[in-house]
Design a binder for this molecule. Structure first.
Ligand code: NAP
Ligand code: F7E
Length: 321
C-alpha cells in the first residue's frame, strides 16, 4: 500500500485530496498542527480511514520525525497561511510558514529519503500584477502581497531542490479553486453563505470590497486530481491549473443571488474595510500544458460551482435555522 503524507489535511484541498487518495488505495497520513480545540470539520467523515499526526511547518524536527516514522512515497505540501489579507497583518509569520516551511519539508525529504515525490502548492497569486494574459508556466511573476511573495519563494526553492539534489519535486501553480468547504472569509464562500442567510432571513446585507476584481475560479475537487497526476509523471515539472475563464466578483454575486431569486444590487454594500493595499485585478490561466501532458480536465464549470456553493449553504443554514 503506497503511503501519502499530506500537510494541511484539514484545509479545503486537504479534505478533497484525502478522499481521492483513499479511493486510489493509498494509506493517507495527514499532518495537523497542535491546537487547543479539534478542527476536523472537513475530514470528520474520513477520520476512521486516515492517520492523523501532529507536526508543524515551523518545526524542522517534527517533519524529520514524521517522515522517518511513516516513510511516505509521496508528500503533498498543502499547509500554508493561505488568506491574502492576513499576510499584510502577519507578514513574517506568513513567510515563515508559506515560504520557509517548504524548505523545511524539502530538507526533511533530503535527509530521510530523497526518493520521496513532493508536490508544492504554488499559486496564481505569484502572477499578481500580471505581465502577460493569459498566464502560463513561462509567465514572469509580480506578486502583490506578502502571501504572493512567500509563494514565489516556495515555488523557486522547489525547483532549486529539483535541480540541486535531483529530487522529484513538482510545483502546481493553481488558480483560485473553491467549494462548499472553502473557508468563510474567502470571497466566494462569503457570498454563498450570505446569499443563504439573506434568503433565510438570517441577515440583511453583504459587505464586500472590490467587486471588479476578476478571478479564474474552478472547483477544488477537480484540482486535487491534477496534484496527484503531477506526481505520477516520469519527470517532475511545473504546471498551471485553471479553467482558462475569468469572472468578476460582481458576476459571482449576480449568479449566486439570482439562483435563489434575489437581485444582488439590493443587498451588496461596498465597504472600504475589505479593499486591499495592493490588488490583483485580473487572473486568467493557460492550462494547456496540464491538459496535454497530464490529461487533466475540468468536470465542474463556473455556473455549476456557484450554484453548488449556494445550494450547500442553503442546506446547512436551513438545518441550523
Ligand atoms: P486552507 O483551507 O487555508 O488550508 C491550509 C491548511 O494549512 C490548514 O489545514 C491549516 O491548518 C494548515 N496550516 C497552516 N499553518 C500551518 C503550519 N504552520 N503547520 C502545519 N499546518 C499548517 O487552504 P486551501 O485552500 O486548502 O489551500 C491549500 C494550499 O494550496 C495552500 O498552500 C494554499 O496557499 C494553496 N493554494 C490554494 C488555492 C485556492 O484557491 N484554494 C490556490 C492556489 C494555491 P489549520 O486548519 O490548523 O489552520
Ligand atoms: O479574494 C476580492 C478580493 O480572498 C478574491 C487564496 O486561496 O486564491 C485565494 O486568494 C478577490 C480579491 O481570494 C472581498 O479583493 C472583494 O480580488 O477569495 P479571495 P484570493 O485573494 O484570490 C489564491 C489563488 C490563493 O493562492 C490564496 O491562498 O475578491 N474581494 N470583496 C474580496 N475578498 C475577500 N476575501 N473578502 C471580501 O469581502
Amino acid at each position: 500500500m503506497p503511503v501519502a503524507f499530506v500537510t494541511g489535511i484539514n484545509g479545503q484541498d486537504g479534505s478533497y485530496l484525502a478522499e481521492l487518495l483513499l479511493k486510489k488505495g493509498y494509506k493517507v497520513v495527514g499532518m495537523v498542527r497542535r491546537s487547543s480545540t479539534m478542527n476536523y470539520e472537513r475530514i470528520e467523515h474520513l477520520m476512521d480511514q486516515i492517520t492523523i499526526v501532529q507536526g508543524d511547518l515551523h518545526d524542522q524536527g517534527s517533519l524529520l520525525g514524521l517522515l522517518e516514522e511513516h516513510r511516505p512515497s509521496e508528500i503533498y505540501n498543502l499547509a500554508a497561511q493561505s488568506f491574502v489579507p492576513t499576510s499584510w497583518n502577519q507578514p513574517a509569520l506568513t513567510g515563515d510558514i508559506t515560504a520557509l516551511g517548504v524548505t523545511r519539508m524539502l530538507e526533511a525529504i533530503r535527509f530521510i529519503d530523497p526518493k520521496i515525490r513532493f508536490y508544492q502548492a504554488s499559486s496564481s497569486e505569484m502572477f499578481g500584477k500580471v505581465l502577460e494574459v493569459p498566464q502560463s508556466e513561462n509567465t514572469p511573476f509580480y506578486p502583490r502581497s506578502p502571501y504572493g511573495v512567500a509563494k514565489v519563494y516556495g515555488h523557486w526553492i522547489t525547483i532549486n531542490y529539483r535541480e540541486s539534489f535531483n529530487l522529484f519535486a513538482a510545483s502546481g501553480i493553481l488558480f483560485n479553486h473553491e467549494s462548499p468547504r472553502r473557508g468563510l472569509e474567502f470571497v466566494t464562500r462569503k457570498i454563498s453563505d450570505a446569499v443563504a442567510r439573506i434568503k433565510l432571513e438570517l441577515a440583511k446585507e453583504l459587505r464586500l470590497g472590490n467587486l471588479e476584481a476578476q478571478r479564474d475560479w474552478g472547483f477544488a475537487g477537480d484540482y486535487v486530481e491534477a496534484m496527484w497526476l503531477m506526481l505520477q509523471q516520469a519527470e517532475p515539472d511545473n504546471y498551471v491549473i485553471g479553467t482558462g475563464e475569468s469572472h468578476s466578483v460582481r458576476e459571482f454575486c449576480e449568479i449566486a443571488f439570482a439562483h435563489v431569486g434575489l437581485d444582488y444590487k439590493q443587498y451588496v454594500v461596498q465597504d472600504e474595510r475589505f479593499y486591499r493595499p495592493a490588488e490583483v485585478d485580473l487572473l486568467i490561466s493557460d492550462p494547456s500544458l496540464a491538459k496535454k501532458k497530464l490529461g487533466w480536465n475540468l468536470k465542474v464549470d463556473f455556473k455549476q460551482l456557484v450554484t453548488m456553493m449556494v445550494d450547500a449553504d442553503m442546506k446547512r443554514l436551513r438545518v441550523k435555522k
